[in-house]
Design a binder for this molecule. Structure first.
Ligand SMILES: Cc1cc2nc3c(=O)[nH]c(=O)nc-3n(C[C@H](O)[C@H](O)[C@H](O)COP(=O)(O)OP(=O)(O)OC[C@H]3O[C@@H](n4cnc5c(N)ncnc54)[C@H](O)[C@@H]3O)c2cc1C
Length: 502
């Protein structure tokens, strides 16, 4: 009898290799670059390559780390990795909430560390590279790829200028924040961070150093403005719009007492009015108290009080104590103060690095007085357990008015008025918030990594996602940069720290 056994073996291995081909090379396997090849890369990059573990490595899982100083260093690393089928991951400040997914430090990867690329420059009359003659110049700030806000801010402020920045000083100015969208205390007035990006210098996986702006590599420019960090290439320089320093008056609000949920549901229903007026900020709330300092750039303290007093009065009628204090900018409100204001909510967030964060972008259409019962039900659900809630009224305003900008940002941002984060265990915050969300949307940078319909939730789904994916495939055809939840995250699968073709 002829045995079927060898045939069976052949077909099994054929099945194994076609479905599960290892997408990358790993230490110890054939194809992994030799020590001599790594040494050569180290020499080509000025001795800035180290074997992990080293201080810059995210975990001991990374294989090598390249603490890049220049775009040329990044280019050498990318070229080497792509040619040798080595996974590349990118890390700046390491603030990534998706770090549990190894978004900024994949196993067996060459980690390109960007914090070593620091620098900034004010360019009072900046014109985009490749712009036609006669293009009007504008004020801008150039920022090297690894610079954090706390490094660039004091300098910009001394010149009585400002840039749209995150609420926390230690977040990177040119990394995951702006590439994932980037909200901040000035977004209501000037839009998301990504709306204000004028140009990126970026190293793509082929090693090419490209300029992406309105005139060159426009597809990449689209994707880098909201389509996510660590996906399309490594940004080595950002040019962002500069504005004159605005006044930052505001109001300090605390709410507690009987009738709390009714009053809070009413306050939530007023969010479109508040963001239309120009108020935004970084509130924190629990099941029994709410506290916030909201600011309205360019408005007087008197105007802000006159706007907010009737809202507070209505809340009091619903049974709560509302205390209000004017916050007056006497021309000395430095951005450092703004950073400090957000500190409480930021501290809460910092503790969540690695998990237990859920969020939704709540729609303008859902937050209105006609919908108060549904808002109250949602609040009752998310504040019922041990959770902390961060209801940021940081969309609307200019974020909504910028809807026609051609950016890769999740379009749900343009229909939202609030980015709401729930942190902690228990309950089902997604199912509570989702009915009030704009297209099931959430903010890619501050969310749960385990969203089921992540293409829609983080990237708008449909044509918007398809367009981002096209850019991903064009500039990174071999998935040198792979991460999840990121555009193209389902092109490979990760099992036990190894990447396989999907
Ligand atoms: C305490 C705290 C406060 C925060 N406050 C805000 C806030 O006010 N507003 C807001 O919008 N977000 C805020 N965030 C979220 C923040 O936007 C994200 O964590 C963001 O991903 C951080 O980017 P990073 O470059 O600083 O961090 P990293 O962890 O270094 O990188 C994050 C992601 O970007 C990629 N990346 C980093 N640098 C580059 C680069 N040069 N080129 C390409 N990809 C790169 C990484 O691979 C990773 O995927 C906060 C986070 C924390 C921890």
């Amino acid at each position: 009898m002829i045995s079927l056994f060898p045939l069976f073996l052949i077909s099994l291995s054929a099945w194994g290799s076609s479905v599960n081909a290892q997408a990358k090379n790993y230490p110890g396997a054939a194809g992994w670059p030799t020590s001599a090849a790594w040494q050569e890369l180290g020499q080509a990059t000025g001795g800035r390559l180290s074997k992990c573990p080293a201080t810059e490595c995210t975990s001991s899982q990374g294989a090598y780390v390249l603490a890049a100083k220049t775009a040329q260093d990044v280019s050498a690393g990318m070229k080497f990795a792509t040619a040798n089928k080595v996974r590349v991951s990118v890390k700046g400040t390491g603030h990534d909430f998706m770090s549990s997914q190894n978004r900024n430090g994949g196993s067996g990867s060459l980690l390109i560390y960007t914090r070593t690329m620091k620098g900034y420059q004010i360019v009072p009359e900046w014109v985009a590279t490749g712009a036609p003659n006669g293009t009007a110049p504008q004020a801008a700030v150039g920022i090297a790829g690894g610079t954090a806000f706390e490094e660039v801010y004091p300098f910009v402020e001394r010149e009585r200028l400002m840039i749209v920045h995150g609420a926390t000083a230690s977040v990177g100015a040119a990394g995951g924040w702006i590439q994932g969208g980037g909200h901040g205390p000035l977004s209501n007035q000037y839009g998301m961070g990504c709306d204000n990006a004028l140009e990126f210098e970026i190293v793509v996986p082929s090693g090419a150093i490209l300029i992406a702006n309105d005139y060159q590599n426009q597809d990449l420019f689209f994707a880098l403005r909201g389509g996510g960090g660590g996906t399309f290439g490594i940004v080595t320089r950002l040019i962002t719009r500069a504005y004159p320093l605005p006044t930052m008056n505001g109001i300090q609000i605390s709410v507690r007492g009987r009738g709390y949920l009714d009053a809070m549901a009413y306050l939530f229903a007023m969010t479109p009015n508040m963001t239309d007026f120009g108020l935004s900020g970084y509130p924190t709330m629990s099941g029994s108290s709410y506290s916030s300092r909201l600011r309205a750039p360019g408005k007087t303290a008197q105007e802000i009080s006159e706007f907010f007093n009737p809202i507070a009065e209505r809340m009091r009628q619903l049974g709560v104590t509302v205390s209000l204090d004017q916050v007056v900018d006497r021309g000395t409100t430095s951005k450092r103060e703004l950073f400090k204001e957000a500190a409480e909510s930021e501290k809460l967030k910092a503790r969540q690095l690695g998990g237990l964060m859920t969020s939704r972008l709540l729609a303008r259409d859902a937050l209105n007085e006609g919908n108060i019962p549904a808002i109250r039900k949602m609040l009752s659900s998310v504040t019922g357990g041990l959770s902390s809630v961060l209801p940021y009224p940081n969309a609307g305003g200019r974020v909504a008015q910028n809807r026609d900008l051609d950016t890769g940002l999740n379009p749900a941002w343009r229909d939202a008025v609030m980015h709401m984060i729930v942190m902690g265990i228990g309950g089902s915050p997604v199912s509570a918030m989702d009915p009030l969300s704009a297209n099931h949307g959430a903010y890619l940078n501050e969310a749960s990594p385990s969203e089921r319909d992540w293409k829609t939730t983080f990237f708008g789904g449909g044509e918007h996602y398809a367009r981002l994916l096209e850019v991903k495939k064009k500039y990174d055809p071999t998935n040198t940069l792979w991460c999840t939840p990121c555009v193209g995250g389902d092109l490979l699968v990760e099992r036990s720290g190894r990447l396989y073709d999907a």
